[in-house]
Structures are given as structure tokens and as C-alpha cells.
Write a protein that binds this ligand. Structure first.
Ligand code: ATP
Ligand code: MG
Ligand code: FE
Length: 365
């Protein structure tokens, strides 16, 4: 059985053809990252236009590389939630006409569920396992109990860590920095932090008085921006031209982001253990999302998982960010279990907002 997966929820147009065992037969990905880097953030109408211009070619490429014809597909799986409405619409419209034309079953996919399950494509991680998803649009901790059964332990109350780092990078005009002109804000912060001293600045860790698993990065982002402003004033330089202590600021911010993520993750582990929600054999933490490629954050998480006896698994960076492969894989998992498979005649809508699973407040004093 073969599945075509299609992703357009944010700034990547992705498609992949996969067989039932998780082998990728063909894939294609068009990233809008560079365009959005120039405009300083994603403008939904521009993202939509780029999806519209690229989706036909991306799907065709994935199909051609797999050397199969549409008639050989068992189903088409497409992200329908959550994401940018205008972008989800392009993927859904394209997919619905594709399945109608070829009379194939359609599998609507939850983008965050797909991120959470991608690891199972690479190794047989059994349910239940803990998932940390940290990206430009999300920050959440969940317990995966089955392919469509998630407990949401905590999520960000304002913005995501990648977003906070992207904003600080923009405030520092890192795009003009010779080493950072083509990389994301988060990657730029990690790169600069390597030559910085995190102890030169102190940022208050977020939510110190809240004993739950939720996240907050807006206050930290603001603290960092205020420090930048203060330093610019002290040195009498124009906004966005600070040079002297940029590495130290990056290092201190990265440390506080890592600390906050690790703190919430540790609490989620303690909560799950106390509630008997994790298996006693090989309990696992899976980390995914663009921010998961940050080595400092990974190392900090490793300290937490070592101390609590969990295995730490991070899929390779390429699979941590948005792509068609993870959508195809979620389609494969659903096809195997016969869950959520629709007919090409069914009416399907996209949902820009869609929580991952059942929301429980996980608190540990
Ligand atoms: P989502 O997947 O939640 O819809 P997204 O498309 O912004 O949102 P990804 O593509 O998974 O998320 O990741 C991009 C984000 O990850 C950006 O905010 C980027 O700054 C951040 N990021 C990428 N690499 C690193 C890194 N090495 N360190 C920190 N952050 C990083
Ligand atoms: Mg993305
Ligand atoms: Fe994503």
C-alpha cells in the first residue's frame, strides 16, 4: 500500500510518497524560508501565493521520483489542521481535486500529531511516550497514547521559542551579520552563542511561580529586547547595530530558553511518573520541531532524561521541520489502523486552530 502525503500548513510546500513500511519512494519540498526571512516574518497572503505556485510541481516531483502512477496510490493524506488558513486551503483544495480525479480515499492529518509520530518511522517507539514539540509556531508537551490519542500536558501561553528567537534576531538585524544572512533567527542565535559567555547577562526564567507544564516566551523575548536597547543606548549606537556583546546576549537567551524548556519537560516527566502514565520499560521522550535541532537545548534535555531514566529521541533535523514525509507517515499509520479514512466524495474543511488531544493541566509542586 502506498500513500501520498501533502503539507502546506505554514511555510513549506511538501509532498512525499511512502510505502507501508515507512520507506520514502519519492519526496519534494519547497521552502519559503528565504522569502519570509526578507520580509521579517510570514505574511499569510504571500505564503498562500507561494504554495499556490509550487504545489503542483512539488506533488508531481514526489510522484515522478517514486516512479508510480496515481492509480497505484492507496490514499492521499494532507494536513488540514492546525495552521494558517490561507495555506491549509491550498493544500486541501489541491488534494480534494486530486482524490476526486483519481477516486482515492482521503486522510485528513493533524500537523502536530504528524510531528509527534514521525519518530516511529525510524524506530519502533511504542505507546505511550512523552513528546516535546518546539518550533517557530508551537511549544507543547504531550503524552502520545496512540496514533489518535494524545494528552496535552502543557503548551505556550503566548509565543513559541523559535518565534521569540526569530524576533530577537530581527531586533539585532542578524540578517546583516556575515555569518547569519541565510539562516533562521534560531540558528543565528545558536551560532553566535557558541562564542558568547552566557553569564555576562541574566534573564529571568519564565513562569517561575507556576508549577505546571505550560510555556511562555514573550516575557523573555521582551527582557532580551530591553537589554539590547539599554546596551545600544550605553554605547551610543543606532538600533540594530550592536556588535560588542551580541554573542553574550545570544548565549544568555539560549540558556534561558533551554532552562525553561527543560524545567517544564522535567515536570511533565515527574507528573507522568506520579500518575503511572509512562511505561516502566524504556520510557521515552521524543523531541521534535525546528528548535529541537539546537544542540545546547538537546544537551540540556539530555541532562533531564538521564536524571529521570528516560530515553531521549530526536529525529534528524530534516524530519523535525515541516515536510511531506511526516504527513505521508501519519497517513500510513492511519491506513494500517483504519482510522480517519474518508472517501473522495466526503466534504472536508480545514481548521486553523486545533488543539493536540485532550487538554489536562499537569501540575507538580
Ligand atoms: P510550525 O512547525 O510550528 O508550524 P515553523 O514552520 O516555524 O512552525 P519549524 O519549521 O519546525 O517551525 O522550525 C522553524 C523554527 O525553528 C524557527 O523559528 C527557527 O528560528 C527555529 N530554529 C531552527 N533551527 C534552530 C536552532 N538551531 N536553534 C534554535 N531555533 C532554531
Ligand atoms: Mg515551517
Ligand atoms: Fe510544523
Amino acid at each position: 500500500r502506498l500513500v501520498l502525503g501533502i503539507e502546506t500548513s505554514c511555510d513549506e510546500t511538501g509532498a512525499a510518497v511512502m510505502d507501508e513500511t515507512g520507506v520514502i519512494l519519492g519526496e519534494s519540498l519547497h521552502s519559503q524560508k528565504e522569502v519570509h526571512l526578507k520580509t521579517g516574518g510570514i505574511i499569510p497572503t504571500i505564503a498562500q501565493q507561494l504554495h499556490r505556485e509550487n504545489i503542483g510541481r512539488v506533488v508531481q516531483e514526489a510522484m515522478e521520483r517514486s516512479s508510480i502512477s496515481p492509480s497505484q496510490l492507496s490514499a492521499v493524506a494532507t494536513t488540514v489542521k492546525p495552521g494558517l488558513a490561507l495555506c491549509l486551503g491550498i493544500g486541501l483544495d489541491f488534494s480534494l481535486s486530486f482524490v476526486k480525479k483519481h477516486q482515492k480515499p482521503f486522510i485528513p492529518i493533524h500537523h502536530m500529531e504528524a510531528h509527534a509520530l514521525t519518530v516511529r518511522m525510524l524506530q519502533p517507539v511504542v505507546f505511550p511516550f512523552l513528546v516535546l514539540l518546539v518550533s517557530g509556531g508551537h511549544s507543547l508537551l504531550a503524552l502520545a497514547r496512540g496514533i489518535d490519542d494524545f494528552l496535552l500536558l502543557g503548551q505556550t501561553l503566548d509565543e513559541a521559542p523559535g518565534d521569540a528567537m526569530d524576533k530577537v534576531a530581527r531586533r539585532l538585524s542578524l540578517i546583516k551579520h556575515p555569518k547569519c544572512s541565510t539562516i533562521s533567527g534560531g540558528q543565528a542565535i545558536e551560532l553566535l552563542a557558541q562564542d558568547g559567555d552566557r553569564l555576562k547577562f541574566h534573564f529571568r526564567p519564565p513562569m517561575g511561580a507556576h508549577y505546571d507544564c505550560n510555556f511562555s516566551f514573550a516575557g523573555l523575548r521582551n527582557q532580551v529586547k530591553m537589554t539590547i536597547q539599554k546596551k545600544e543606548a550605553e554605547e551610543g549606537v543606532e538600533p540594530g547595530t550592536l556588535l560588542s556583546c551580541v554573542n553574550d546576549i545570544a548565549a544568555a537567551m539560549q540558556h534561558t530558553v533551554a532552562f525553561h524548556i527543560a524545567k517544564r519537560t522535567h515536570r511533565a516527566i515527574l507528573f507522568c511518573k506520579a500518575q503511572g502514565l509512562l511505561p516502566s520499560f524504556n520510557p521515552t521522550l521524543v523531541v521534535s520541531g525546528g528548535v529541537a535541532s539546537n544542540q545546547y537545548i538537546r544537551k540540556t534535555l539530555k541532562i533531564v532524561t538521564d536524571a529521570t531514566g528516560l530515553d531521549l529521541l530526536c529525529p534528524p533535523s530534516k524530519l523535525c521541520t515541516d515536510n511531506g514525509v511526516m504527513i505521508a507517515w501519519n497517513g500510513v499509520e492511519r491506513l494500517r489502523e483504519g482510522k480517519g479514512i474518508l472517501s473522495y466524495t466526503d466534504v472536508v474543511h480545514y481548521e486553523p486552530k486545533a488543539p493536540l488531544g485532550v487538554d489536562i493541566t499537569a501540575e507538580v509542586e
